[in-house]
Design a protein around this ligand. Structure first.
Ligand code: DX5
Ligand code: ZN
Length: 215
């Protein structure tokens, strides 16, 4: 499939959020990437349900919610309620990841699992058939605008190989430091979905940048 683009609203102007949502609506972007940080799992706090509900009211594309929070099971129904379509948890933050994935699906969302740069792809082998999305973090999560970790390219290829070997069908998403300078390598390595925060919002023409990232 042609790769998808999920602009991260973490880099949006929160004082002009509706304007930036409208920009994504009219662009060629496919999803809204929504980063939730709790100040525990990552050293930063972003936003929570009231903001996501407000985004949902205006967004015309699916909300791809990336939870960088400890023990996400506590909030799975709440994220459904505020509008998440895809809910991604971190492997490092879940004791019973298989159970968490089933819970997300039961609540009517697609289930994603993210892995930090230090976590090998192979830890997800036993749940390859259960997850809908595997998120390869290409920076240490917590902040937008960081540099892409080159080793991630090998992990993206490993994820693709694992998917084929298992006959699984999860999509491979890549998050962190993706830009016009490196997106081609990321797609060639096997990424199906590219998250882009800084690369989109720090440019003068975000709609044009999204279009360029789709090519
Ligand atoms: C990082 C977040 C990312 C972030 C990406 O912790 O998960 O989604 O917004 O931002 P860029 O594309 O600027 O690295
Ligand atoms: Zn993210």
């Amino acid at each position: 499939m042609a790769h998808l683009i999920a602009p991260s609203i973490l880099s949006a102007d929160f004082a002009n959020l509706q304007r930036d949502i409208d920009m994504i609506n009219r662009s060629q972007a496919d999803w809204f990437h929504v980063d939730v940080m709790d100040g525990l799992f990552v050293p930063n706090i972003s936003f929570g349900m009231p903001v996501i509900s407000a985004v949902k009211k205006h967004a015309t594309k699916p909300l791809d919610v990336h939870l960088m929070i400890v023990d996400p099971d506590r909030y799975i129904p709440a994220f459904k309620k505020c509008g998440a379509d895809i809910l991604t948890v971190h492997a490092e933050a879940c004791t019973h990841l298989h159970r968490t994935i089933q819970y997300i699906k039961q609540e009517g969302m697609k289930a994603g699992v993210a892995i930090n740069p230090h976590t090998p792809v192979s830890v997800l082998r036993e749940i390859a058939h259960d997850m809908d999305l595997l998120l390869v973090m290409s920076v240490n999560p917590g902040f937008g605008g960081q540099s892409f970790i080159e080793r991630s390219l090998a992990k993206i290829s490993e994820a693709k190989t694992m998917r084929e070997a298992c006959g699984a069908s999860f999509v491979i998403e890549v998050d962190g430091g993706v830009s016009l300078n490196n997106y081609r390598k990321v797609v060639d390595a096997g990424a199906d979905v590219l998250v882009a925060g800084n690369a989109v919002f720090a440019t003068a023409d975000p709609v044009g940048t999204i279009e360029a990232l789709k090519k």
